[in-house]
Design a protein around this ligand. Sequence first.
Ligand code: ADP
Length: 653
Amino acid sequence: MKNPSDNSEELRRKVLGLGDSSVRKTHYPSLRRRLVELEHLRSQLQRREAYLAEAQRLSHTGSFGWKALGGEHTWSEETYQIFEYDRSAKPSLELVLQRTHPDDRALVQQTVDRASNDRAGFDYEHRLLMPDGRVKHLRVVADALPDPSGAIEFVGAVMDIKAAKHAQEALRRANAYNRGLLEASLDPLVTIGPDGKITDVNAATEAVTGCARATLIGTDFSDYFTDPEEARAGYQQVFREGLVRDYPLELRHRDGHITSVLYNASVYRDEDGKVVGIFAAARDITARKHAEEQRFSSMLEAVRDYAIIFLELDGRVASWNIGAERIKGYRAEEIVGQHFSKFYTPADIANGKPDRELQVATSEGRFEDEDWRVRKGGSQFWANVVITALRDASGKVNGFVKITRDLTARKRAEDELKRYTEDLKRSNQELEHFAYVASHDLQEPLRTVSSFSQLLARRYQGKLDAQADEFIAFVAQGAIRMQNLINDLLAFSRIGTRGNPFAPVDCREIFQAAKKNLGVAIAESGAVITNDPLPPLVADQTQLTQLFQNLFGNAIKFRRPEEAPRIHVSAIRQDGAWQFSVRDNGIGIAPQYFDRIFVIFQRLHGREEYSGTGIGLAICKKIVERHGGRIWVESEPGAGSTFHFTIPDERRN
Ligand code: ADP
């Protein structure tokens, strides 16, 4: 390629008609300036042409000029590219038609003819069919420009609109797809504008309202619900909060049929993010609701142990189940519609109890009571009654559900138990009193027997025969034994009646006191008594000392001859109580006697073998029970015994 400066030199020479270099020396200042300007313009033009060609290439837009009435055609580089002709081809309408899709040729011809006739521009689309079978989509736009002679030249652009066509097609398909989705939905779908007017619906909405799309669009969304206010509140909430979930409404069909739905809705926005409407989808829950109601009512029907009654706001019975029939004796048809005060005693009715219960249920949501109620025929039963207020969607009370249980049997059992417990307490007290009085009063004659038998012994010892001596000794011993028994009985009866009030006590002190009282026995037997840390208690100190003393005393008394007694006391926390264990290494007890040994005057050995009256463990049991605990033994003959007892720590007398 030639250097552009060479080119311009040539041009300059041509313009100036100069043939040799001598002119270079000649000075034509104005001409020279003009040349420079021209040169500048020329290069500017060249640059612009290059820009234009590039722009055409990038936008797939070629340009053309065409003089009407068989005049010549000029095509830009990009136009050649679009038609896919070699630069050597001479542009013409024939070339265009050659490439035009056979189906579109008539259209092209007609357009060109009309433009020539009308001397007017045109704008149309047609397809090209390339030799290799490819199809291109063209848009051809032209203006008709008259030249000074009056001839028309069409100047225009040819655009390869493949990409745009694709995009358009994709959009069309997407739209069709989306629409298809909306229409395929069985859920009624609707879009709503900010003014609450419907902007679009699907076929399901048409079906559920019985109104055509054209009718629905532009009308108030809320008009199609049983409660328009509620519907309005719903879409206003969506505009306010962006969405709602499972918003319950009832859609009304033109023919009056009602469909229960749950609405899920959210706002949608334009490209700038401005909210332009609501997209709302309704889920038909009629069948579900119906099934639930059905299930619920058959459940209510089937409940036999509870009377479940629905009451109107004014207290009239609205529904009645089998349980109600069973408990109150009325059949549904006898009682539905009547006021529920029928189930109250005349005294309760007189002081306004039924209405008061509804007031409490209304203000507090719930009322519960246990009292006498009246059956059909006037008999009474002990009832547990719960009345719960029922509210509508806005929270207003619109009725009550009343659940009644017949607790007469339980009440009777409780009353019986109470009476029995009281009787038992009284008879226990009487018995204790009797034991006390009897043993106290027995002491007097016994003392007489005892002192006179001693007198007899002293005065007539050896003076009567040997048998008489023996008999007198028996009487004296019997009197002493009886004295001991009476003393034990007195001690036993005093535990319930003469106990001290419970107070905080230190177990270590009790433990020491018990050991001290047994000082002689411990020393004689060589017993060793040990203990784990013992807790503080709230108890009767004297009785606890006696308890430990009796257990230690037995452990020493019932020791194995070959071994010195070893006694160990431990305590653990168990279920709100301290459980003490007194373990020894004595003779042990056979399991069949585990209960018997705690019964008063029950012994397992003869007096000659081991001394005692059999009162010790009975006293222990009574003391433990007075403190609210229990006592038991674990043992094996020959392997020692462990006596356990509990003292609850929170108990006060
Ligand atoms: P007593 O000691 O006056 O016989 P208790 O009521 O204290 O009366 O005891 C009842 C019986 O339980 C005793 O006669 C004895 O047979 C048995 N027993 C009590 N404690 C022990 C013990 N630590 N080891 C073996 N046997 C015992």
